[in-house]
Write a protein that binds this ligand. Structure first.
Ligand SMILES: Nc1ncnc2c1ncn2[C@@H]1O[C@H](COP(=O)(O)OP(=O)(O)O)[C@@H](O)[C@H]1O
Ligand SMILES: Nc1ccn([C@@H]2O[C@H](COP(=O)(O)OP(=O)(O)O)[C@@H](O)[C@H]2O)c(=O)n1
Length: 231
């Protein structure tokens, strides 16, 4: 090699989709950090626009009202996997977007086609600007946002495992109530008309029910490395 320089890896685009609590965020952040890639949490963007709608008193039962104002908030995502950030009109909303109120309303907002068009454009421009490549996680990344991704992963886990993981995070929240809320949100996300939660035909499905987080991370890192090696 000229100048003795180390070979630089080609930018790689990794799409990780799946329902809530399957390990998308934890896996994607760790894989991106290990491989020196950017990281984008697209759920945080849908949560951010939902937070803005709630804060501004928009009627979330009215898709026309949601569509009319969807372009107003400016959502900015920081893509460092060691410190992912999310702001709306310059305000840090990392905390407020995780409230139960936002969680219970996000599916209604994310089902509105005008919202999806705007957020999808934002996601594509972030991915295109990632110098070393990016891990993008969500519900429709492999099917709609980045259909030409180099690697697509679809994470699954039993509803019981997912509810136990989520209620472990939200201390004091009943596991049965968490399970019911998860199932309801999955159903809404999977049945909407515009880019529903779905596994892309060419995605690798990984059932994480019986795997530790470390095992899932290792599995995905290996798949990325195999892709890069052209296997
Ligand atoms: N394979 C796993 N085994 C046990 N706990 C896990 C596993 N994967 C993720 N978790 C934990 O479950 C919770 C939800 O994971 P997260 O990555 O936020 O899922 P998602 O982004 O799919 O909603 C986190 O507390 C995380 O540490
Ligand atoms: N690519 C995506 C990502 C999230 N979403 C929506 O955003 C919500 C929150 O996503 P999230 O990834 O933060 O959800 P959790 O996995 O944290 O529960 C989902 O329930 C979907 O309604 C979406 O429609 N498309």
């Amino acid at each position: 090699m000229e100048n003795g320089a180390a070979p630089t890896a080609q930018p790689v685009i990794v799409a990780i989709d799946g329902p809530s609590g399957t390990g998308k965020s934890s896996t994607s952040k760790a894989v991106a950090a290990q491989l020196g890639l950017s990281y984008l949490d697209t759920g945080a963007q849908y949560r951010a626009i939902t937070w803005w709608m709630v804060s501004n008193g928009i009627d979330l039962e009215d898709p026309t009202a949601i569509a009319a104002v969807a372009g107003k908030p400016e959502i900015v995502s920081g893509t460092d996997p060691a410190n992912p950030t999310i702001t709306v009109d310059g305000t840090d909303v990392a905390g407020p977007i995780r409230t139960q109120e936002v969680t219970s309303k996000v599916s209604a907002v994310s089902a509105v086609p005008e919202v999806r068009t705007l957020i999808t454009e934002l996601q594509r421009s972030i991915a295109a600007g990632a110098e070393h490549g990016i891990v993008v996680e969500g519900r429709d990344i492999g099917t709609t946002v980045l259909p030409d991704a180099d690697l697509k992963i679809f994470l699954t886990a039993s509803p019981e495992a997912r509810a136990a993981r989520r209620s472990g995070e939200l201390k004091g929240v009943d596991v049965h109530a968490t399970r019911e809320a998860l199932i309801k949100r999955d159903a809404a996300d999977s049945s909407r008309k515009t880019s529903p939660l779905a596994k892309a035909g060419d995605a690798v499905e990984v059932d994480t029910t019986e795997l530790t987080l470390a095992q899932v991370i290792e599995c995905v890192v290996t798949l990325v490395e195999e892709k890069r090696a052209g296997k």
